[in-house]
Design a protein around this ligand. Structure first.
Ligand SMILES: Cc1ncc(COP(=O)(O)O)c(C=O)c1O
Length: 423
């Protein structure tokens, strides 16, 4: 299959929007692509100049069931005919309760669970910390290197990468302690810790690091963390904002680690592109907060809840986690096959369809952010939207919709391979 250059990227309509944007949109809110979207369907995006792209970014992992999935569309259209907002804090509705029931049943936790819903991933993590603090009556938070948990004061403090997420935003929240993330490169030990474990309310961990570079945790490391938490009365929070909803080959990635978290945070793909996030977890922990202590005007919006209920059905009906394993295998096999010809590819890693391709300078072995950027740009110019990740910006990550058909997947991978070889 020949990979073709799209000549007008960005096209005139995108350029006109770019010019308007420069005058009116704050610079701090950047965009990976310089094309503007017109329409999205399944795993394809069409820009305002009529160029069609294969989407390997999925709104940063929010579109696991694809753009405008017919069942998500039907669910939200039905909801739109009834009401779109009452605020659950003022007049509650069944879909919030139903979603809490369903997610509590699906959470890989062997005791009664409850849930609470918010808008963004950061809000979910922030609330998981609040709930852990009231439950334990402690103030400390334990996080890990390369972590990303959001952009609010608490979650930005918990995030590892300085530039751009923390640059100029200090002072940060107090009592946030950090240990090396338990990966193939680091065993997790608690021998030299410089904090009192009994001061820690919660440990928050991504089972596969997302923004920080698609680094899977080791089973041993997760087990060590789980034991440390149990021994010291620390709430274990599993941040599944990016890993959840089938991406890694199971509904929640933590199912593959033989441990049980106390709380799980979800967002992104939970509602098929609608803003929704949540904390699901052990009922006694969830119930430790006084009424009114958590919530918010839009948290658990009815249209988002309707979308999320449809997503849960699609997950089962279309075997999305199984599909993720297939997509991940295809991606790894194809990239591994070109590694011998591309000494700048250090490693292909990940679980399920959460695959990271690590790019280095073949001479120095150092992370190569510039080449990674060229690969990204080459792919875009040839019709593939991808995003990068990593503390050093040198990881190409795959977050394609998991409903992508085999033909489109093969076409996208073909462009990716060409980009990896030529850029
Ligand atoms: C693991 C993880 N936690 C939290 C967040 C923050 O989510 P949001 O951008 O919706 O606030 C992200 C976003 O990428 C994430 O990957």
């Amino acid at each position: 299959m020949a990979v073709k250059l799209i000549t007008n990227i960005p096209g005139p309509n995108s350029i006109a929007l770019l010019e308007r944007r420069e005058k009116s949109v704050a610079k701090g809110h950047g965009s990976v692509c310089d094309i503007y979207i017109q329409k999205a369907e399944s795993a394809l995006l069409t820009d305002v100049d009529g160029n069609v792209f294969i989407d390997f970014a999925g709104g940063i992992g929010s579109m696991n069931v694809g753009h405008r999935h017919p069942e998500v569309m039907a669910a939200i259209e039905k909801q739109l005919q009834k009401y779109i907002h009452t605020c659950f804090t003022v007049v509650p509705y069944e879909s919030y309760v139903k979603l809490a029931e369903k997610l509590s049943n699906k959470a890989p936790i062997n005791s009664a669970c409850k849930a609470a819903f918010f808008n963004s991933g950061a809000e979910a993590v922030e609330n998981a910390v609040k709930i852990s603090k009231t439950y334990t009556r402690r103030e400390g938070v334990l996080v890990f290197t390369d972590a990303f948990h959001g952009r609010t004061l608490m979650t930005m403090t918990m995030t590892y990468k300085e530039d751009p997420y923390k640059k100029g935003f200090g002072p940060f929240a107090p009592q946030v302690h950090r240990l090396p993330f338990p990966s193939e490169d680091h065993n997790l030990t608690f021998e030299d810790i410089d904090f009192d474990p009994k001061s820690i309310a919660c440990a928050v961990i991504e089972p596969v690091i997302g923004e920080g570079g698609f680094i899977p945790a080791t089973k041993d490391g997760m087990m060590a963390l789980s034991n440390f938490c149990k021994d010291n009365g620390i709430v274990l929070v599993d941040d599944e904002v990016q890993t959840g909803f089938g991406r890694t080959g199971t509904l929640f990635a933590i199912e593959q680690f033989d441990i049980e978290p106390d709380l799980i945070t979800v967002a992104k793909s939970v509602a098929g592109g609608f803003p929704l996030s949540g904390v699901i977890g052990k009922a006694d922990i969830m119930d430790s907060v006084n009424t009114g202590g958590i919530g918010g005007t839009y948290g658990g919006n009815p249209v988002s809840c309707a979308a999320a209920l449809a997503v849960l059905e699609i997950m089962e009906k279309e075997h999305i986690p199984t599909r993720a394993r297939h997509i991940g295998q295809q991606t790894s096999i194809i990239v591994q096959a070109v590694m011998a010809d591309c000494p700048w590819i250090k490693e292909v890693r990940g679980i399920g369809a959460m695959i990271g391709i690590v790019i280095i300078d073949p001479y120095s072995g150092e992370p190569d952010k510039l080449r990674t950027g060229r690969i990204h740009q080459y792919a875009l110019q040839h019709g593939l939207i991808m995003i990068t990740a990593g503390t050093y910006g040198n990881v190409i990550r795959t977050l394609m919709p998991l409903i992508i058909d085999d033909h489109t997947l093969a076409e996208g991978l073909n462009i990716l391979l060409d980009a990896l070889k030529k850029a």
